[in-house]
Design a protein around this ligand. Structure first.
Ligand SMILES: CCCC/C=C/CC(=O)SCCNC(=O)CCNC(=O)[C@H](O)C(C)(C)COP(=O)(O)OP(=O)(O)OC[C@H]1O[C@@H](n2cnc3c(N)ncnc32)[C@H](O)[C@@H]1OP(=O)(O)O
Length: 364
């Protein structure tokens, strides 16, 4: 579209607004902010709102985007909005043309690739450009995938990551989407979500195996204490920087880690944030076996395929016998950890850590 020759009519603008509602693929926060800013500029003119406080991350990002448009005339903003929406259309068309039978369409997952063959259901975290950080959608999809795997005809279930990371843990942008009830409601919702999520791991009825293809952070590490076997590439590292983030242990790690690796070693990880190599994690019992990265996939999958040929009922019953006497305790620990975390998420220590990461002032 020739921007100088054409001026979008009100009708074009309204069509574009409707098109946005029909987007099948999330265009990402950056584009959504641009759309918001252009919409406000086109309908209300230059930014006329008071600047939000630094901790009100979403409102501040919106305000920044709108304010950045300065005195752009309403007509130009309307045109830019229409242009931006039409530039999103090709990607929309191509995403809706995915052939039936491809992973995405057949599984119905946006953040995971879930496959099932040779008696193994594989749940692969699939946000490699975000180091497989677990956003709210992914928490829900993992629960859905686990529930389906618990009922399918596979013998074992495997979690792994796509790309260079296993997972960088909780997606820190999960803290920015503040509901009308404010940060208290957000913290409560996150605690409810976390409790349900960890509960699915506690109750999972088949052997759960982690194939840790690269670094693991936060909740992706703590959950390993609830797995039945953990195989790691020698590229993997294990890091739970809870104190650095103003947070506290989750995933039942306050109970499982001291049992697995001794209280003192657990303290180094969970309180002081010591990052372990794969070899160290293996020596401390968190990892079952470490493989050279060059042969990792081949060796691990050969082994898992052999496990998956074992008699299904015996495998399931053995898992139940092992988990049974711990289940109640694990649920109680999970509830307590979520409760404590709900308070931590409201603390200045946590808010500052999240703001620093999101404003690119800090990394682990
Ligand atoms: C609701 C339940 C809550 C349960 C609570 C659980 C607690 C935890 O899990 S605590 C652990 C939280 N995780 C982190 O603090 C990790 C933060 N990420 C980093 O420090 C670094 O990204 C990294 C060390 C993992 C990787 O650094 P590297 O330089 O190699 O890559 P980046 O350029 O930083 O990352 C690429 C891309 O991915 C985004 N990203 C990575 N991890 C996260 C994350 N955890 N949350 C949000 N976004 C993440 C990063 O911002 C980059 O995005 P852009 O390309 O858009 O800039």
């Amino acid at each position: 579209m020739n921007r100088t020759a054409m001026r979008a009519s009100q009708k074009d603008f309204e069509n574009a607004m409707n098109q946005v509602k029909l987007l099948k693929k999330d265009p990402g926060n950056e584009v959504k902010l641009k759309l918001y800013a252009l919409y406000k500029q086109a309908t209300e003119g230059p930014c006329n709102m008071p600047k939000p406080g630094v901790f009100d991350l979403i409102s501040k990002a919106k305000w920044d985007a709108w304010n950045a448009l300065g005195s752009l005339p309403k007509e130009a903003a309307r045109q830019n909005y229409v242009d931006l929406v039409s530039s999103l259309s090709p990607s929309l068309e191509s995403s809706s043309q995915v052939e039936p039978g491809t992973d995405r369409k057949s599984t119905g997952f946006e953040t995971l690739v879930v496959t099932s063959e040779d008696g193994i259901t594989k749940i692969m975290f699939n946000r490699p450009t975000k180091k497989n950080a677990i956003n709210t959608e992914m928490y829900h999809e993992i629960m859905r995938a686990l529930k389906a795997a618990s009922k399918d005809d596979s013998i074992i279930t495997v979690l792994t990551g796509n790309g260079d990371y296993y997972s960088s843990g909780n997606d820190l942008t999960n803290f920015t989407d503040i509901p009308p009830g404010g940060v208290e409601e957000k913290a409560k919702n996150n605690a409810v979500l976390l409790r349900e999520f960890v509960g699915c791991f506690i109750d999972f009825p088949k052997p759960l195996i982690a194939v840790v293809n690269g670094p693991a952070v936060g909740i992706s590490v703590t959950l390993l204490g609830l797995f039945d076997a953990v195989y790691a590439s020698d590229r993997a590292t294990f890091h739970t920087p809870f104190s650095h983030l103003g947070q506290s242990p989750e995933g039942c790690s306050s109970y499982t880690f001291p049992k697995i690796m001794s209280p003192a070693k657990a303290t180094e990880m969970l309180i002081f944030g010591k990052k372990l190599t794969a070899g160290e994690a293996c020596a401390q019992g968190l990892v079952t076996e470490v493989f050279p990265d060059s042969t990792f996939q081949k060796e691990v999958w050969t082994r898992l395929k052999a496990f998956a040929k074992l008699p299904p009922n015996a495998v399931r019953i053995s898992k139940e016998v092992i988990r049974k006497r711990e289940r109640e305790k694990l649920h109680a620990v999970n509830a307590e950890e979520c409760n404590v975390l709900q308070g931590r998420w409201l603390s200045d220590e946590c808010t500052n850590a999240v703001v620093n990461f999101l404003s690119r002032k800090s990394k682990l």
